[in-house]
Design a protein around this ligand. Structure first.
Ligand code: NAD
Length: 305
């Protein structure tokens, strides 16, 4: 089993000004081996890697192989959801990786999500998610979207945190208004909020608002989402930065989020892309690079939610 170095970036340091500087200095201290992905300290004292694997659209055998391969190559954070229809496959890959000695179960963070059409009967939905995963416990369970009965569903999940069958809770597609209304009504603070974030949809106000609550931000569509790669990957600003650092545009986009203290979960079944997406810890984007990428904001959401 590979020895993993646990580097904590505390949310206290992430929140507020100076985050880029703080993260840059922490990240500069590590080398580029896949097993050395830095960890972010969550508000419950547990740590998660800054780079994980998204599994939207991965199905069946391809999903099991992709997740297993990712774990074999150093990934320790896997994102799934009831809506992706692949919790069983993700669970099977995690069990196989643990059985093969690739990682201890405790080293792997599995995130899943309840969908709004499940909020009316949350206990049944939670039990179904846990049974499909079948990995002992769920590390982080999210509400996939705001929706009717979301508070009730979250309160049901809180009881599972009390019993230890879920270790932490989070939210997805929640923005300032929704979060402000939600946070005062729940007992256990979410450890993270998962939202769309890429250079063309940066949502800095929302990211900073969430981080200032001591809640981590996790980016979905960190590469712009399917169907948008062509435009982002040929963006002249991103391309110039990538060439100068000897990296790919995908790596520059991932690194930009990470240097903003944002966890990323790029999706891929391609082992080369999976490795590339983690190989971002041997260089630093300069303050000028971060500013140039910041200026690419278009408020261009690539999905409706
Ligand atoms: P993404 O932005 O991660 O892009 C994925 C696309 O980029 C795929 O086509 C993939 O083949 C390609 N790709 C990956 N690495 C590459 C590389 N190095 N070079 C070139 N191409 C590369 O989009 P996504 O996978 O849809 O989103 C990431 C994850 O976020 C999902 O898998 C899912 O887990 C999660 N997600 C969550 C929500 C939510 O509402 N919470 C919504 C969408 C996605």
């Amino acid at each position: 089993m590979q020895r993993r170095r646990f580097l904590a970036i505390t949310l206290g340091a992430v929140a507020g000004a100076g985050i880029e500087f703080h993260c840059a200095s922490v990240l500069a201290a590590i080398n580029s081996k896949n097993s050395d992905v830095p960890m972010l300290m969550l508000n419950n004292g547990r740590k998660v890697p800054m780079v994980g694997l998204g599994t939207y659209s991965l199905k069946g055998k391809i999903c099991i192989e992709s997740v297993y391969n990712a774990l074999k190559n150093g990934y320790r954070l896997i994102d799934t959801a009831h809506a992706y229809g692949n919790e069983q496959e993700v669970g099977a890959a995690v069990r196989k990786a643990v059985a093969d000695g690739i990682a201890a179960r405790e080293e792997i963070t599995v995130v899943t999500k309840l969908y709004p059409n499940q909020y009316g009967n949350p206990v049944q939905a939670i039990e179904e998610g846990l049974a499909k995963l079948d990995i002992g416990w769920c590390d982080i369970m999210l509400l996939h979207h705001p929706g009717s009965n979301d508070i009730e569903a979250y309160r049901a999940m809180e009881k599972y945190v009390d019993s230890g069958r879920i270790r932490a809770l989070g939210l997805s597609c929640f923005y300032i208004e929704e979060l402000t209304a939600f946070l005062s009504k729940v007992r256990i603070k979410p450890v993270l909020v998962q939202n769309e974030i890429h250079p063309y949809y940066q949502d800095r106000d929302v990211v900073q608002f969430i981080q200032k609550q001591g809640i981590a931000v996790q980016a979905w569509y960190p590469l712009g989402g399917r169907g948008h790669q062509k435009e982002l990957f040929s963006d002249p600003v991103l391309t110039e930065i990538a060439v100068r650092h000897g990296k790919s545009v995908a790596q520059i986009m991932i690194k930009w989020n990470v240097q903003n203290g944002v966890i990323v979960i790029p999706g891929s079944s391609n082992p080369m892309h999976q490795a590339e997406n983690m190989d971002i810890f041997d260089f630093e984007l300069t303050p000028a690079d971060m500013k140039a990428i910041g200026a690419l904001e278009r408020r261009e959401k690539h999905d409706w939610y």
